[in-house]
Design a protein around this ligand. Sequence first.
Ligand code: SAM
Length: 253
Amino acid sequence: DTQEPKTHFGFKSVPEIGQVFSNVASKYDLMNDIMSFGIHRFWKEHFIRTMAPGPGTKLLDVAGGTGDIAMGFFNYCKEIHKDTTAKATLLDINSKMLEVGKKRFSMTSYGETSQIAFELGNAENLESIPSNSYDIYTIAFGIRNCTHIDKVLHEAYRVLKPGGRFMCLEFGKVQNPVVSLMYNLYSFQIIPVMGQLVAADINSYQYLVESIQQFPSQDKFAKMIENAGFTIVNNGWEDLSFGIAAIHSGFKL
Ligand code: SAM
């Protein structure tokens, strides 16, 4: 499946998408908590538990932003396995988001270790990442922002070791009509206004809502993952909160 390039509502290229995140970087974590009523934290916790990384796992967290997934990954490894040998590379296209992530890690014990590395890069072309080099590839609320989903999946497949796992946490489509109605009202009427009030940026949050609408449904996205070469199990996804978000996963076998 090749995907038609999308215009992203006037944001025509990846650097411009990057600009969206430059504008919101410093308020990103706060806005996530406010907009989702803190629910994104439960989704991410569930995502990490589903990942269930073993000791010494090597994780590539693409579109890692301010580091929620990498941090949750390290905490899991430490708490469950007493493991401090796990490694993560946090890759993002936006240097401001990476800076917020770096600062956050520098305030934790992980900041003093070689467990975490930061890399500026594009999910669609992971030129600095060797093939067959990571155990797990994650992308949380990031693939929606990429113009060519098929290129992202192709690169994910390339950089994973044989047996490695691709995992994606992303907004999905809600099937329940009542929840869907309420969710749409909230998304279109309230989120942009909150974006203006908290981050003084209505456009970026309007973009956020519209990008969620444009992203393929859970079953279509699962098909794309399969088409990229991954083996999927149990349909390939799990809905969270009525499908407001979903975890997709596939193995490079
Ligand atoms: N994964 C983090 C989380 O769950 O909190 C951050 C998600 S944030 C909504 C999306 C991130 O994707 C931003 O940090 C943005 O800079 C990054 N991004 C957008 N397009 C990208 C691309 N083509 N390659 C890599 N990162 C990208």
